[in-house]
Design a protein around this ligand. Sequence first.
Ligand SMILES: C[S@@+](CC[C@H](N)C(=O)[O-])C[C@H]1O[C@@H](n2cnc3c(N)ncnc32)[C@H](O)[C@@H]1O
Length: 228
Amino acid sequence: MSDAHPERQRRLLYGRRKGPKLRGRQAELLETLLPQLTLQIEKDRDPRGYFSAPVSEVWLEVGFGAGEHLHALAQAHPDVGLIGAEPFINGVAKLLSKLAPDEGGNIRLHVGDARDIIEALPDKSLGRVMILFPDPWPKTRHHKRRFIQSAMLDALARVMKPGAELRFATDDPGYLVWALERLVAHPQFAWTAQRADDWRNRPADWPQTRYEAKAIKGVPSYFSFVRI
Ligand SMILES: C[S@@+](CC[C@H](N)C(=O)[O-])C[C@H]1O[C@@H](n2cnc3c(N)ncnc32)[C@H](O)[C@@H]1O
């Protein structure tokens, strides 16, 4: 398996950070609401301490896009703290524009690379990690840009509690094989699927993402692994 060298991958963040210039309410929310929800990352801090609302556990969504999924989970699980990482500022603005004034207590955001958060978290501190439709980087020379790498799975295994769930979805057949090869081979993750329908159908408690609703290119698959 030709994974990226961890040091090299850590230094680089690929993909768009900015889209069309934001105006009006979205620009205003970036000035006013984003600073309130932005996570000030502290090395080894228990992530429950980042939230203004009391939370029993913390989940991380990597690359939340426009935030539909993150928002739906935050509403469905008010007792859970949701950390979302997304470098694309226009997506962050879309999420902010969805939040009602009384929402946000159980949401914290990092406008940047999810790896910054993962590296800073203490061991066994996350109850769930979600990586939904990550950029597929289909060209062989770009495979090192894929978020799921063996070293990343080691890092996730460190910060996830035993029994914590790792959710992964993709519509890219190449990324599917790449990720499954690494996940199945990893000694600290176990695949929960019993039958094909378990990865063909999105579970009822797994809200649809914007990419899945609007930009999907292939057949989606949904994977749930448990941190052993
Ligand atoms: C194809 S989009 C999918 C977005 C969303 N999950 C959905 O399904 O609608 C992939 C997203 O991952 C984000 N991304 C890429 N690398 C990332 C990283 N290292 N940390 C956090 N987000 C990342 C991109 O900016 C992009 O918004």
